[in-house]
Design a protein around this ligand. Structure first.
Ligand code: MSP
Length: 641
């Protein structure tokens, strides 16, 4: 028998430093879909995921909870594994970097490169970002000494370290990338990486001595191996690199696709390939950097309280809908915004209205007009030809996209066929054919619809793990596995005389109104506010006369006998001032203490209720409501321009 072609795909291994969110779910669902697709197309497909468990970040997190790293990690790893089960992720292997097979493999890679002379001992002096587990030189830091990637403070580091001679490989890398134009995807990321390497590569510090949660270097055990060197190696240690059994390495390496987020593309397209070059191993065929799922235009983070838990979504909407949404919503290589409203719209429009309805209309009519029996097609018509021509083209169009992991485009191509089939029902009007007694035409139309649904469902199967079985059930072809295969897409071949079995709607509609009210119980009546007209034009010189300053509120109290006034004690640079302001209806005095507000500092003093007011504080006013203008982090005295 001919050996199957192999295919090997990986996700990044996730840090078990917090619970997984829909960003992690996206990558893993995409890799799983690709694996299912390749398997359906006859490949021996292998899919690896796992967890990245070493490093200073994990050690600190564990310590902050009074736990050992393993005590801290184990339950989080279970959360990841459970999520993958919930999302029906069918991985071939799950690697944990704390497993002996991995530790041994990493030590072996390190030793091989060391013996070759490409790892040497020296002293590291520079900066380290623990959240990113990344080294930076002074020059690379962002203004204010922050990490250029995550913008958080970095730490100074000085220690004896081992270095990986990356600089030596810059030319070889550039040559490889030139000769393999598909290696880094999408194109824009490729250009970024080429520019980065063209500026010259520095040797990479690959060991640490200031903490110990890592893999010790065999010949120098007080050093632990840099966590990225450790983590990247997982793609081959999981295939048995460094063990006595190299069967999987022989079979699956080099990987066909490393799927990673855009933030870690540099590690995968520069450091990892150079590690492999130095170790004398073949390079992966492709690294795809996908975009990010953003929430409200920004990153998800615990501190923002906007982390979206995929388990909650699957419970609420089902695994097939969530997987479809993730893959449909993220355009190739680009970011996309998540909102529950967008999710519900996709479910209602694409799944309930288009695909689900196509099945339920078809089965309802079959039941009503033909006693639930699918009959052979007899006639042809122009509208049949148009639909069948589109059906014939669709698999190739979907495959072209899926082969490149352009799932959003592939699903859009597939939905053209779904839309065409719905339109075909409207145009062919089976109810009218039935009424007119045109049964030959009726059976043809119904047959064509069943065949389109069959083909659409096969093409969707890699994305939706549970839906196909339900559709086969309703179409009466559950037991006919030969009609469920990718191979069968080549033919126009729905079995004749099967008895269908109508069932529940595949995707019940979700009431968007109830969701919005539940989520955002605001704005009952949206009324345009009353804006004041813009005043007469002034020159820049007029404006320059006004001296605006930040003013820190030291104290604030009600003015006796006044319902409107508050008396402020302000610090403006070196001096203190008293100002009276008419905001007692809008703020309690203690709400304002400590704020850095904005003051007109050169306004002629006036006396109000017997108090000399030395300036005027500024507020924004709309519809009679006042809100203090603040410079939250700028202490009193700064100029405002
Ligand atoms: N442990 C490293 C990877 C080592 S691979 C040898 C790591 N882990 S991570 O848990 O921080 O991130 C894993 C992946 O999740 C990355 O590819 C990252 O891009 C992805 N995502 C994290 N947040 C994301 C979104 N909001 N949207 C999409 N993917 C995102 O980095």
């Amino acid at each position: 028998m001919k050996e199957k072609k192999t295919f090997y795909i990986t996700t990044p291994i996730y840090y078990p430093s917090g619970s997984p969110h829909i960003g992690h779910a996206y990558t893993t669902v995409a890799a799983d879909t690709m694996t299912r697709y390749k398997k359906m197309r006859g490949y021996d497909a292998r899919f690896l995921t796992g967890t990245d468990e070493h490093g200073q970040k994990i050690q600190r997190k564990a310590a902050s909870e009074g736990k050992t790293p393993i005590e801290y990690i184990d339950p989080i790893v279970d959360v990841f594994k459970n999520l993958w089960k919930t999302l029906m992720i069918d991985y071939s292997d799950f690697i944990r970097t704390t497993e002996p097979r991995h530790i041994k493999g990493v030590q072996q890679i390190f030793q091989t490169i060391y013996e070759k002379g490409d790892i040497y001992k020296s002293e590291y002096e520079g900066w380290y970002c623990t959240p990113c587990e990344t080294f930076f030189t002074e020059r690379q830091l962002e203004e204010g000494g922050l990490c250029p990637d995550c913008h958080r403070p970095v730490e100074k580091m000085k220690e004896e370290s081992y270095f990986f001679r990356m600089s030596k490989y810059a030319d070889q890398w550039l040559k490889f990338v030139e000769e393999n134009p598909d290696f880094i995807q999408p194109e824009s990321r490729r250009n970024e990486m080429i520019n980065f390497v063209k500026q010259g590569l520095e040797d990479l510090c690959v060991s640490r001595t200031s903490f110990d949660w890592g893999i010790p270097i065999t010949i120098a055990p007080k050093h632990v191996i840099y966590v990225w060197f450790d983590a990247l190696s997982n793609y081959i240690t999981a295939l048995g690199y460094g063990s006595d059994n190299d069967e999987l390495m022989q079979k699956y390496w080099p990987a066909d696709i490393h799927l990673v987020g855009k933030d870690i593309i540099r590690f995968h397209t520069i450091i990892w390939p150079i590690m492999l070059m130095a170790a004398g191993l073949p390079l992966p065929k492709k690294v795809i950097g996908h975009g990010w799922i953003l929430v409200g235009d920004g990153k998800m983070s615990k501190s923002m309280g906007n982390v979206i838990d995929p388990v909650v979504l699957v419970d609420k909407y089902g695994v097939d809908s969530i997987r479809y949404f993730l893959l449909r919503e993220l355009p190739y290589g680009l970011d996309a915004n998540y909102s529950e409203e967008a999710l519900v719209n996709r479910i209602n429009i694409d799944l309930a209205n288009d695909y689900g309805n196509l099945l339920s209309r078809t089965t309802a009519m079959l039941q009503k007009f033909q006693g639930g029996i699918v009959k052979a097609p007899v006639t042809t018509d122009d509208i049949d030809d148009a639909l069948l021509a589109l059906m014939e083209e669709t698999p190739a169009a979907v495959e072209a996209c899926f082969d490149d992991m352009k799932f959003s485009d592939g699903l859009a191509a597939l939905w053209k066929l779904v839309a065409a089939a719905n339109k075909y029902i409207d145009e062919a009007a089976p109810w009218a054919l039935n009424k007119a007694g045109n049964f030959d035409r009726l059976s043809t139309v119904m047959y064509n619809l069943c065949e389109v649904i069959r083909q659409v469902t096969i093409l969707l199967a890699p994305v939706m793990p549970t839906i196909p079985a339900k559709v086969w059930q309703q179409l009466g072809i559950s037991e006919m596995a030969e009609y469920h295969t990718w191979e069968s897409l080549k033919e126009y071949t729905f079995p004749v005389d099967v008895q269908i079995a109508r069932g529940e709607p595949l995707f019940p509609r979700i009431d968007l109104a109830s969701l919005i009210i539940e989520e955002k119980p605001v704005v009952e009546e949206v009324k345009e506010p009353e804006y004041e007209p813009i005043k007469e034009e002034i020159s820049i010189d007029d404006f320059a006369k006004v001296d605006l300053r930040t003013a820190t509120v030291l104290a604030c109290e009600k003015v006796p006998k006044s319902s409107k006034l508050l008396k402020f004690r302000l610090k403006v640079g070196a001096e203190e001032r008293t100002v009276v302001s008419g905001v007692a209806k809008h703020y309690e005095p203690e709400q304002l203490v400590g704020k850095n507000m904005v003051l007109i500092a050169n306004l002629k003093p006036v006396t109000i209720f017997g108090i000399e007011s030395q300036g005027m504080l500024l507020y924004a006013e709309l519809d009679g409501k006042l809100e203090a203008i603040e410079a939250p982090t700028v202490k009193g005295g700064a100029t405002v321009k």
